[in-house]
Design a protein around this ligand. Structure first.
Ligand SMILES: Cc1ncc(C[n+]2csc(CCOP(=O)(O)OP(=O)(O)O)c2C)c(N)n1
Ligand SMILES: [Mg+2]
Length: 368
């Protein structure tokens, strides 16, 4: 845990240094502390409120995605869905540090990012169902869902399409002299795209408040990372851009929370961008639940990653820390499940957009 590791990049980052003493201190305090309560965590680490919010975010993503997957397989959702199940800790850990004034750009696997950014289930399901009550009035769907109010600049069907947009948003933050940041999420596959290199280069050059979060799930579609790039750690590339590269365990929400917190804080203070690589895994196939039945990874590999499940691991920890009981955890799951059911009903009953609104809100409000 707290596995933030700095790659030997251009600048020093405190990520590595801070993680170790913190862990040592916590361990020392835990030794002294009586078993009943958890004063060590209260004194230094994130508050109970933060821990519960991180948990809720992950549960909301998982439940949303599991249900969306079923809906797609049942033919209720047109088009393809790329499920985020397995990667929840990344979205939750990063988004915990952001407000609605901070921008994010997402990917084709974007529902988890929007849920963690505060997206509500009703307009999300409605969008996936193509209904007028959706976030984009039913015209964006899974891969172009966005919400300007929440600072979510959009999912993106173009691999590597997000980082240049986030870099531009970060530039506007700097230009306006505010303290907001922009976070670009992208995959290991996307890390090979020219657009990502161009965005990272400019962000470093202008010291923009931009954080590049690579969710390295080991595959680009059905191609293993070892077959699409000659490096193991995408964070190695940070040195070439002139920014710190940090690696963290993307299955550990606290590790992501810590590493992202440092990168975001540095960006807010004018310290420039960071490349944060989160090692993670997607449980389902590239698209949908059943997938294409292609033989590109083993069941053993999937099972090994599931043993590190971010939600189960964190729930164990919350119980050990005395932050939540099993009963409270079950209550959270049940409440989220209810939210999902209500949202699906809402989406099902919502109207499709009217034909004469076809060109509204699509590109140019005036239709010119
Ligand atoms: C520019 C572009 N090239 C190719 C594709 C087809 N494509 C869709 S998803 C994907 C793999 C992306 O892999 P990664 O960035 O690792 O994201 P992951 O699917 O693992 O989340 C590819 C090649 C695309 N949508 N856009
Ligand atoms: Mg990938």
């Amino acid at each position: 845990m707290l596995a933030a590791k700095k790659k030997p990049a251009a600048k020093k980052t405190p990520a590595k240094k801070k993680a170790a003493p913190k862990a040592k201190k916590a361990a020392a305090k835990a030794k002294k502390a009586p078993a009943k309560k958890a004063p060590a965590r209260k004194a230094k680490g994130p508050s109970e409120k933060t821990l519960k919010e991180l948990h809720l975010k992950m549960v909301r993503i998982r439940r949303f995605e599991e249900s969306a997957g079923k809906m797609m397989e049942d033919g209720k959702i047109p088009g393809a869905l790329h499920l985020y199940v397995g990667q929840e800790a990344v979205a939750a850990g990063v988004m915990q540090h952001l407000s609605n004034q901070d921008w994010i750009t997402s990917t084709h696997r974007g529902h988890g990012h929007l849920v963690a950014k505060g997206g509500e289930f009703k307009p999300m399901f409605a969008e996936l169902f193509g209904r007028a009550t959706g976030y984009c009035k039913g015209k964006g769907g899974s891969m172009h869902i966005s919400s300007m109010d929440l600072g979510m600049l959009g999912a993106n069907g173009i691999v590597g399409g997000g980082p240049p947009i986030a870099m531009g948003a970060a530039f506007s933050n700097k230009f306006r002299r505010n303290k907001n940041v922009a976070v670009a999420f992208f995959g290991d596959g996307a890390s090979n795209e020219g657009s990502v290199h161009e965005a990272a280069n400019m962000a470093a050059l202008y010291k923009l408040p931009c954080i590049f979060v690579c969710e390295n799930n080991g595959y680009g579609e059905y191609t293993a990372q070892s077959r699409h790039q000659a490096i193991v750690d995408v964070a190695d590339r940070a040195a070439g851009y002139g920014m710190p590269g940090v690696i963290c365990d993307g299955m550990d929400v606290m590790a992501v929370y810590e590493a992202a917190g440092e990168a975001i804080e540095r960006a807010r203070k004018g310290g420039g961008p960071t490349l944060l690589e989160c090692k993670t895994y997607r449980y389902y196939d590239h698209v949908g639940v059943r997938g294409m039945g292609l033989n590109y990874r083993t069941d053993e590999e999937i099972e090994a990653w599931k043993k590190k499940d971010a939600i189960e691991g964190f729930e164990k920890r919350l119980k050990q820390l005395g932050v939540m009981t099993e009963k409270q955890i079950k209550t959270v799951h049940a409440a989220v499940e209810k939210d999902v059911d209500e949202a699906i009903e809402f989406a099902n009953e919502s109207p499709y957009p009217e034909a004469d609104t076809l060109l509204d809100n699509v590109y140019n409000e005036k239709g010119a």
